[in-house]
Design a protein around this ligand. Sequence first.
Ligand SMILES: [Zn+2]
Length: 772
Amino acid sequence: MSSISDSFAADPLNVTGDKFRQLEELLPTPNSYRTASGAPGHAYWQQQADYDIKVSLDDEQQLITASETITYTNNSPDTLRYLWVQLDQNRFKPDSSGNLATPVDLEAIAPDTIPFKSFRRALVSGEFPGGYQITKVADARGRELRHTIVDTGMRIDLPQPLASGSSVSFQIDWAYKVIEQKALGGRSGYEYFERDDNYLYEIAQWFPRMAAYNDVSGWQNKQFLGRGEFALEFGDYRVAIEVPADHIVAATGVLQNPKDVLTSKQRERLRRARTASKPVMIVTKDEALENEKSRSTKRKTWVFEAENVRDFSWASSRKFLWDAQGYKKGGTDTMAMSFYPEEGTPLWDKYSTESIIHTIDVYNRYSFDYPYPVSISVNGPVGGMEYPMITFNGPRPEIDEEDRSKRTYSRRTKYGLISVIIHEVGHNYYPMIINSDERQWTWMDEGLNTFVQFLAEQEWEEKYPSRRGDARKIVEYMKSENQVPIMTNSESVLQLGNNAYGKPAAALNILRESIMGRELFDFAFREYAQRWKFKRPMPADFFRTMEDASGMDLDWFWRGWFYTTDNVDISLDAVRHYTVGTQNPEVEGPWKRAQHNREPETVTVVENRTKKLTRIVDAKPELEDFYNTHDEFDVSNADRNSYQSKLENLEDWEKDMLKVESNVYVLDFSNIGGLVMPLFLRLEYEDGSVEDLRIPAEIWTRNAKKTSKMLVRDKSKVLKSVVLDPHWETADVNVENNFYPRRIIKSRLELFKDEKQRNLMKDWDEELKEED
Ligand SMILES: [Zn+2]
């Protein structure tokens, strides 16, 4: 894989040479669907896909059996002869493209090594009978529709082409075996609890979903290989979920039949929760522990409806505790709810629902009011994954198996849980509502979301230990080898977490705090969210909107941070101090002499003096003359006359210039890392005063490698030192060249002992330890 800055040949638009070259040449040409301002155009369109699904969960065999009717509305100006449906579960077929094309890295830690987890996944994925059994594809009247399965996609050929503006309904029946998430990874699956012999299901990518069809890529035809996530259409859902009668179900949408599935006590608690000031238990711990022991043979059907969502997901288990709290503010009126096994306490009951509400409160301010009626956080096997109105979050406390009431958790687990809930709930905004194409661009949802996550974390408590967002957190990555630009397709991204989450989050934070300022940035960022909510933005729409709404040309920033792997390393090479020459020989002569006298003596002069060298003029003083008593700096009348006549030729204002006594400083900078950035300077003066100066990045427009800045200061202001980027706000990868004068670098030298050699003779006599 070659980086974008490899050669000029690979860079016909001179991406790397001219750092301020406008992006129009790289961005798609604006049209009536997407305008040059970054807003949706007057002819913007998107497809609609509505679903009516009946699904049954077999808790004995971990099997899903389901049937759906999809109603697809063609809002495009095009006639469609066939439809594409996504079959994501086929990713888990042993011979899926995703399985076959997953490379192995046996050098990750040392040569010929592989983590246990990866090896188990390789073994299980080769055997597990995953993927869909499609048993029926039929039109609204039950007539078989011709269809072709291509890996994780299925083309359905329409007997009648679907004209612009019309709809078609069709039916698909299927079944599949749910994967064990811990064995196979992925974004859904079951977890088995051996102690109480129960299962917990997190079910997602579970139904055949319409592939996206849009003005930029036509049918989205990138297969699901495992990393690039989803490109989906909005629609309305009605989903009937049949599960064992003692299960509790959490799902996207609003429960339609609470009387069929909830006790009157639970319904009463839910009513109370709506206006409660803290979470109310709907299913308590004691009730959940009772449920765990039951084995109902009866079945119940939970019916949910959801409007204007791009996906639907659910969770089911008899282990669930359930708490809820209503949140109503502005245009938001929602129930925040958490579902977790008792293994999640005491962390989940304390933090989950609070974290959901906090997320919505903060994200609303930076984007739009959360529009959905529920927002759910579920604890299960999945580490962190988002769906509309429902998220799966992994962290749990550690349980002492000797005494299960003894529970502890690490600092990392606590903040990891709060952060992952903020992150996954935050995905409701990016990309569940601002519906970017995740299969193409991971950064558009992960990067933007991680940025707002950072803002929400910092509003949780002072000095919240955010892993990403601050400029200094991305420095190690920016220095690293093996990078690709942020603008890289999801599957080809290297160092995914840093590339698609950390770097865009840091870049946006730098834009906000250091380049645009909070007011301009927040206005433009919110404008992007408002323009594109319930629509499908592309990268150019984001770049253009941020400039359009702020009045700032940020092409240099997008170009550097999103299209290259350059880093920030600006060096303050020199500080030169000038005072204005008076041209008056009476002043300049002595000044020049003083400068001359400041030069060190030559070694010859020093040695000769030490050796007490005798010279000829010492012996014969008559050899001395005029030049032995006058040096080149002496001022003559000729000099004085010449000065007078020069002055007569000057205008009055020019004469005034010669009298200026200011200190003039010229600061020389070089750009080592490649990224052009503003120059943030802290100037310290001899009188102890400090001045902060912020110079825009445009100082690099004429020469992106070297630039100089002249500063004129009062004669009383004598510069003592200069620090570039004193707050570490630009992610400069080498701060040592930011000091003038330079400073001595302090570090620790760590000593270590050689490892002991194996002594077989001694080891031989060691006794075998008994197993305890
Ligand atoms: Zn994410």
